[in-house]
Structures are given as C-alpha cells and as structure tokens.
Design a protein around this ligand. Structure first.
Ligand code: SAH
Length: 363
C-alpha cells in the first residue's frame, strides 16, 4: 500500500473518521507524501494544465494589468509584486517579460513568490533565473515585507482544503472519510451547528451538500487586509461559481482525467470549485473594495488578448499560428475556460477600478 494510504488508514482506525478538510490537507500538503510537496503536476506530462502553461499571453496580460495598477497608484518607487501558488513560475516569467516595456517598473518591482512546495520552488527558481528584479521566496504571505503590493493568485484557492456538510433528516452533518469494506469511503460525521449554513439552504433535501471553506476565507482575508493596509491590488483567477450554491465540487485529476478523490491519496490532484460570492463577502469583511467576479473570457478580452494574439501571429510560423489560435480559444471560449474561470480584484475601498473591471464598479 502507498505510504500515505497506510498512514491515513492507521489514523482513521485509531481515532475515527476524518473530515474532508483533513483528508484534502493530508493528500495535498503532507510534508513527506503530499501531492504538491513531491512533484511538478503541471503540463502535458503531468496531471493538469493551467492558463499560464497554455499560453504566454496569459502571464503577459496579467503582468500588464499589474503595470497599470502600479501607474494608477502613482508609480511608487518600491512595489512588492507577489504571486501566491506560482506553480512552475511561468506566469511570473511572462509577466516580467511584458513589464520590461513599462518604463520604471523593473526598478520598482520586488518579486515575492509564496510557495509551500520545495519541488515547485526549484522550478520557479529556474524560470526566473534571468530576471533583473529581486526575487524572494516565502512559504506564507505574512513574511512579505509591508509596503505597496500587487498580489496575483491563479488557480491557487482551488487547491486549498475545504469542509463539506451533508443534510440528513432535518440536520446538517460534517462529511467525513472513513473505512468501509476495507476501502476509503465517504460517511457522515458529527452534527454541526447549522448557523454555518446560509438561511436559504437550511431546509434542503436529504443528501444535499454544502461546501464551506474556512482556509480559503482566512486566506482571502489576509490578502484583502494586506491590500487595504498597504495599498495596491490583488487579482484572483480560478474556476468556480459566482453565486452561493449547494452541491459538491471535490474532484481529483490524474493525467488530465477525472479519478476517484478517495483513490491513491497523495498521488492525484484534489481541488474544489471556488465560491466567489464567499470570496467577495470575506474580502469585503476585511475592508476591501471588491471588483467582479467577471468571467475569464471577458477579463482577457478587455485586457486586449486579441491585440496580443495578433502581434504574436505577425511573427509566427504556420504551426505556431495554429497553436496561438487554439490557445486563445481555450482561454476565452465559454465552453473552454472562458466562463467557468473567473477573475476578482481587491483594492482599498476608495481606489479606481483596476484594468478590465471598469464596468463592474463595486457598490
Ligand atoms: N498558479 C500556477 C499553479 C497552480 S497549482 C499556475 O497557474 O500554473 C497550485 C499552486 O499552489 C502550486 O504551486 C502549489 O504548490 C501551491 N500551493 C498549494 N498550497 C499552497 C499554500 N498553502 N501556500 C502557497 N502555495 C501553495
């Protein structure tokens, strides 16, 4: 048996079923066997592909977004440019290349990569080896120095553990992982205090599942708190839903195919869909102005992906031209990433609209 499976089995046998949150945490972040700790999951040879890995246009446009935000706040002489959960460092590499065209940015930006995975930290060091900016690695946003800040997080929140609650017979119970018939299986744990469940879902049919994400909420609050007290902006892009909803979204990916989230712990990527209504509520609670969410397709169109693609096409071979067109469609088409993926921006409460969010002034 795989070592993490044996460890989790022993833990459940000794102490009883564990929450979905504890299961996800062990599978993703166990220091020895956690999925992200031990491997580079990205790209064709890995388990999943993300927007920056699909096309350089994504990181370039996010870089220019950051450049405009920097100008909007008066081009401070020092700016912390932070990415949380930066994967292979591809987004940051493409962002910094695009920013070379913005006068003064390279002198002002100090880059901070917030990453817990030793394997991916190495990949990021390789991606950024030629940059002229100072780059510092952190395992937590808290150690990034105070001062004006721009924070990017693409496909980061979906990788954080969540809790699930299940409705049964008029009550709500924690959804847990147990052992049944010698296999890991979902089960029902302790009854919870249902003040956590939004009023409109309280009397849902038996078997309904509500997802709650205390770790995501705390993360959003610390990002928002940083932006409000230091000035600047944050941009969060991820897949998820814009309005609060019932339903379970836990999924496991292996080699680009969906697999059992309870199979092979630590070997598969586990994620959930982000509840953007909840992100918005917690960012506002931390005092931030919240812009969006808007769909990724609209977001990239407003940032000028058409013009960027056209300028890449001008110098492309036939094969490259095909790749650029395909990548652009994957990023913006509603039936690809364009609709499911969403962007939300956080600013101090009195700031101007960040680029691409002008039409969704927060109220
Ligand atoms: N943003 C990248 C990678 C997304 S995968 C891209 O778009 O390609 C999720 C990333 O978050 C990985 O780099 C993973 O190691 C990192 N990560 C997971 N949990 C984290 C945590 N608690 N703090 C910081 N990074 C984390």
């Amino acid at each position: 048996m795989l070592p993490l499976a044996a460890q989790l089995r022993a833990r459940i046998e000794a102490d009883g079923p564990i929450s979905v949150e504890a299961w996800m945490n062990a599978c993703l972040a166990d220091p020895l066997h956690g999925y992200y700790m031990t491997r580079d999951p990205l790209g064709r040879a890995g388990d999943f592909t993300t927007a920056p890995e699909i096309s350089q246009m994504f990181g370039e446009l996010l870089g220019l977004w950051a450049g405009v935000v920097w100008q909007q706040i008066g081009a401070p002489s020092k700016m912390h440019f932070v990415e949380i959960g930066p994967g292979r460092g591809t987004l940051m590499k493409d962002a910094l290349r695009a920013l070379r065209g913005v006068s003064g940015v390279m002198d002002a930006f100090d880059v901070h990569m917030v990453e817990t995975s030793p394997t991916l930290t190495k990949a990021q060091q390789k991606s950024l080896k030629d940059t002229t900016c100072n780059v510092t690695w952190h395992t937590d946003l808290a150690t990034v120095p105070q001062g004006p800040v721009i924070i990017l997080a693409n496909e980061f929140l979906d990788a954080l553990p969540i809790r699930q609650y299940i409705q049964s017979d008029g009550g709500w119970y924690e959804r847990v992982v147990t052992i049944d018939d010698d296999q890991f299986a979902f089960g029902m744990g302790e009854r919870i205090d249902d003040t956590i469940i939004p009023e409109k879902f309280k009397t849902s049919p038996d078997g309904s599942i509500y997802e709650d994400a205390p770790i995501v909420q705390a993360t959003v609050q610390s990002i928002a708190g940083r932006v409000v007290s230091n000035g600047g902006a944050a941009l969060i892009v991820d897949y998820g839903y814009a309005e609060n909803a019932l339903g379970e979204t836990l999924q496991a990916l292996s080699k680009h195919a969906y697999v059992d989230p309870l199979g092979k712990p630590g070997e598969h990527d586990l994620t959930t869909h982000v509840n953007f209504a909840d992100v918005k509520a917690h960012a506002e609670a931390a005092g931030a102005g919240v812009w969006g969410s808007i769909e990724q397709g609209a977001f990239l169109e407003r940032l000028g992906i058409a013009a960027r693609a056209a300028s890449l096409l001008a110098n492309a071979t036939m094969d490259q031209a095909q790749d650029i067109a395909t990548a652009r469609r994957r990023l913006v088409d509603p039936d690809a990433m364009g609709r499911l993926f969403k962007a939300i921006a956080l600013t101090p409460p009195d700031s101007a609209a960040p680029p691409a969010f002008e039409a969704v002034r927060w109220a």
